[in-house]
Design a protein around this ligand. Structure first.
Ligand SMILES: C[S@@+](CC[C@H](N)C(=O)[O-])C[C@H]1O[C@@H](n2cnc3c(N)ncnc32)[C@H](O)[C@@H]1O
Length: 283
């Protein structure tokens, strides 16, 4: 890349990151998309606009109304932190905490779609898993607030990754209040995928989103990750409702991704989500 290109990317990134809707996004992703748009567009102004559009598509569109994170933490703080019965499982978190989490998860369109199936989703998947000590939730949205529904022992280490620093700070606050052994990372998982070993990696409705930025992003990410189990899911409905075509189309997408890999796969079709639990050859 020439010096000129580098300074155009710097300029574009600083302009995009000045926008209120974009300033919390991982700068590395702004620069990645910015570089693509600079190569395609006629002017810096056009490239800035196109970069913002793409960032909206892959992130902002899911947060129609931004949560007030201070008020949300206050709401969580008001809940009774004590588990209902002391079996040591996150699933026994207080009813109040669950109710607050449920309410807050509605603020992320993708996480919200899972609410009608939340219990069924995690109970079904975890029934198929051996004990899990480490979980990585990639492009997590507000899914870490579903932690009280996960049948996991308290000591399980949970790592949440997304591109929004303000959302991740809020999730870190939730972890502290709910007594979760959790941590967060702001990261563009296309350019900088985590390679450390995990028992379970969640890729919930994430791969199609990454492919909007880079056609080979899903396959490249899968290649880089080091998970014993992967939970890969796709939306089973668009805003207009459930669509048979969508399920078929995403089943084919998954099959192309799985092709030639030494994977053991279980398929689950929930009302709002199509999920594949993969035991990889990295066990
Ligand atoms: C379709 S939503 C899925 C959210 C969550 N996994 C769920 O199912 O509840 C996609 C998420 O990916 C995040 N995201 C988009 N591009 C990303 C990237 N390059 N690296 C990390 N996260 C990204 C967005 O901010 C958004 O929260």
């Amino acid at each position: 890349m020439s010096v000129n290109n580098q300074s155009s990317i710097d300029l574009l990134a600083s302009q995009v990151l000045q926008g209120a809707k974009y300033r919390e996004i991982a700068p590395e992703l702004v620069r990645r998309i910015g570089a693509q748009e600079l190569a395609k567009r006629r002017s810096l102004k056009e490239a800035v606009k196109a970069t913002k559009n793409k960032l909206h598509q892959v992130g902002g569109a899911y947060q129609e109304s931004r949560l007030n994170y201070e008020k949300s933490l206050a709401l969580l703080r008001e809940t009774d932190p004590e588990p209902v019965e002391g079996s040591g499982q996150a699933a026994t978190s207080s009813h109040q905490l669950r109710a607050a989490c449920y309410q807050l998860m509605q603020a992320h369109a993708s996480t919200r779609e899972r609410l009608p199936i939340l219990d069924e989703f995690y109970q079904t998947i975890f029934a198929e898993l051996p004990p899990v000590r480490t979980v990585l939730d990639l492009a997590c949205g507000l899914n870490p607030l579903a932690y009280p529904w996960l049948p996991l022992p308290k000591e399980t280490q949970f790592t949440a990754v997304d591109i929004y620093s303000d959302m991740l700070t809020f999730i870190q606050g939730f972890f502290a209040l709910a007594g979760v052994n959790g941590r967060t990372q702001q990261r563009d998982i296309i350019g900088n995928p985590p390679t450390e070993p995990y028992d379970l990696i969640l890729l919930l409705k994430t791969l199609p989103c990454l492919e909007q930025v880079d056609k080979s992003a899903a396959a490249d990410l899968i290649e880089a990750l080091n998970g014993r189990f992967l939970l890969i899911s796709y939306p089973a409905q668009s805003l207009g409702g459930r669509s048979k075509g969508m399920v078929e189309n995403y089943t084919q997408q998954f099959e192309r991704l799985a092709d030639g890999r030494n994977w053991h796969v279980q398929r689950f079709e929930f009302a709002t989500e199509l999920a594949f639990l993969v035991q990889t050859n990295r066990s």
